[in-house]
Design a protein around this ligand. Structure first.
Ligand SMILES: *Cc1c(COP(=O)(O)O)cnc(C)c1O
Length: 212
């Protein structure tokens, strides 16, 4: 199975309302172009340097998402072109994105990353900080908080993954409105569970490109 076949399989196995972000980190431009030439336009990267290099050398109509942990000092490198930042995990970062977006006269869509996994290494706001953060983010005129993002624990325990996604779904139901519409959950190993839990956006890499 090649990239085009894998892409088709994934597209056919997700609900049509769910947006597919193809995660292309560590993959070559040639691999990315295979997905692009089969109609895919939304790609996600988790490292700023790699994202910037790929955005400069691949077709201009690609919609780039920053999905990884973002350091404040690197924000300025992606604000000219990035379409959605998934991993926003502090007010300090929101403030910097706002400042840089203003310089480019842009309003940048951001997702608040919520810490739902058991692992302590995962970044994100606590579930009970979300409401407050959304309120505070209203001061940032060049940012649109358009949803929430989360990552489940890396485990084979489906019950656990399901419970973690459910905890995020519960907050999402509380805060969701005309503007907050995206629930970004689900990767290659758990996207089916995520979709059962109401995911509106899945981020899938290895199931399309093979293991990294
Ligand atoms: C790498 C990555 C993914 C995709 O992971 P796969 O298991 O390859 O599908 C999704 N989200 C984030 C934040 C990632 O870093």
């Amino acid at each position: 199975m090649g990239i085009a076949d894998n892409l088709k399989t994934i597209q056919n196995s997700i609900l049509k309302e769910v947006t597919l972000v193809v995660v292309s980190k560590t993959k070559s431009n040639a691999d990315i172009l295979q997905a692009y030439n089969n109609g895919q336009r939304i790609f996600g990267e988790n490292k700023v340097k790699e994202l910037v290099e790929k955005a400069a050398t691949l077709p201009q109509d690609i919609i780039w998402h920053m999905i990884g942990h973002l350091q404040t000092n690197k924000v300025k490198l992606i604000t000219p072109f990035v379409n959605l930042i998934h991993g926003v995990d502090s007010l300090k970062l929101l403030k910097e994105i706002d400042k840089r977006a203003r310089k480019h006269n842009r309003i940048i869509d951001c997702l608040l990353q919520v810490h739902i996994a058991q692992e302590s290494s995962k970044f994100g706001f606590g579930i009970n900080e979300i409401q407050q953060t959304i309120t505070e983010a209203k001061q940032f005129k060049n940012i649109k908080i358009s949803g929430l993002m989360g990552m489940a624990t890396f485990t084979n325990n489906k019950m656990q993954i399901s419970a973690e996604f459910q905890s995020l779904k519960n907050v999402f139901q509380e805060v969701k409105n005309n503007q907050i519409t995206i629930l970004s959950i689900g990767m290659s190993g758990d996207y089916q569970i995520a979709i059962e839990k109401g995911s509106t956006m899945v981020r899938i890499g290895s199931a399309i490109f093979g293991s990294r």
